[in-house]
Design a binder for this molecule. Structure first.
Ligand code: FAD
Length: 311
């Protein structure tokens, strides 16, 4: 697939253009909610909220470093004047522990980017596993989350339970391809309305049968009874149903996912998500994700690539 020139320097600009903001060190790209005329809610883009990022206690190393021969001058490690993002600091400290590189000849924080690049280019990504980021992802469809959860190594997921929650929080996701085309957009809105009303009608039917003594739907407890209705009614929901998820990944896994899913060959909706994940990650830590380049495809969508794949 063809790309226009590399847009390496454009990550901050793109983050801002997508409405990205940073509060208290946590990047966020929100997504607004639209409604059909009948009031069915839907979203047109993924929302990404960074929920958690590392906090590193370098000062806490004092008691450890002071326990070695003073001639090694290890405590100087604590006086590095360059402040790093905590996630970079954590990975760097972990890496430097391997060789006890705490003395004056160590790589100083001002050279952290080159240090990290040496690790990623050599595939020594295990130290990147120490730093994890958590995100709330919303405005993404059930098809996207099905793709995302295939990433098993170094990840954690907590996804909306369609068995537990009711139709009151049902929302849909409009693919970018539909948004630009009047007819496809109209058909999408009709489908969303239909799915919402069919879900509601089906839930009512199931509730009636539950009251009427259907043995497969009956339950001793209220919550179980509700689940039995919703787990059955959800079978008619389409792939374009929204499926919010809390997603945690260590940096090694997050890098791999960005590389796989923001690639030109990735499916367009998950690529849109991976771009936003990358923009939040690089905003939080410009060093650990500093080797990535944003490219623009001829259709106006973006890719994120690096030469240091699969660290
Ligand atoms: C463009 C695209 C198209 C795709 N099409 C399909 C498709 O048609 N059908 C389909 O089923 N899937 C498809 N997938 C999903 C794909 O096959 C992977 O399941 C998914 O991308 C997860 O990536 P991963 O295997 O690298 O796993 P991750 O969990 O992200 O693991 C990261 C790395 O850890 C190592 N690892 C993880 N688990 C193991 C293990 N059990 N044993 C050994 N090493 C391990 C591997 O090196 C792996 O690459 C597609 C993915 C992409 C990006």
């Amino acid at each position: 697939m063809e790309t226009t020139e590399s847009r390496a320097q454009r990550a901050p600009e793109l983050f801002e253009a997508l409405g990205g903001t940073v509060a208290d060190g946590f990047p966020v790209i929100h997504s607004s909610v639209s409604h059909t005329e009948r009031g069915t809610p839907y979203l047109k883009a993924p929302g990404v909220v960074m929920l958690a990022r590392p906090r590193t206690n370098v000062a806490g190393l004092a008691g450890f470093l002071e326990g070695f021969d003073p001639e090694l001058r290890f405590p100087e490690y604590l006086d590095d004047p360059t402040r790093l993002p905590d996630s970079t600091q954590l990975c760097k400290t972990a890496g430097q522990t391997c060789y006890m590189s705490f003395g004056p000849r160590r790589t100083k924080n001002e050279n952290a980017a080159a240090y990290i690049e040496r690790l990623t280019s050599a595939g020594h990504g295990s130290v990147l596993e120490h730093a994890s980021f958590s995100f709330l992802l919303y405005g993404i469809s059930r098809s996207v989350t099905h793709e995302l959860v295939r990433h098993r190594a170094g990840t954690g997921f907590s996804q909306i339970s369609q068995r537990y929650v009711s139709g009151a929080v049902l929302r849909f996701v409009e693919r970018p391809e539909y948004q630009e085309d009047e007819e496809l957009h109209r058909l999408f809105e009709e489908r969303a309305d239909r799915a919402a009303s069919e879900y509601e009608a089906m839930a009512e039917q199931l509730l009636e049968r539950q009251g009427g003594g259907n043995s497969m739907l009956s339950a001793d407890y209220k919550t179980d009874a509700r689940k039995k209705v919703q787990q059955t009614a959800r079978s008619l929901l389409p792939n374009e149903t929204e499926a919010p998820i809390v997603f945690t990944a260590n940096v090694r896994a997050l890098r791999h996912i960005i590389e796989m899913r923001a690639d030109a060959h990735a499916e367009s909706e998950i690529r849109t998500l991976a771009l936003r994940l990358f923009l939040c990650a690089v905003t939080a830590d410009p060093i650990l994700f500093g080797d990535y380049r944003v490219g623009e495809l001829l259709d106006g969508t973006f890719t994120v690539t690096t030469e240091n794949r699969k660290a």
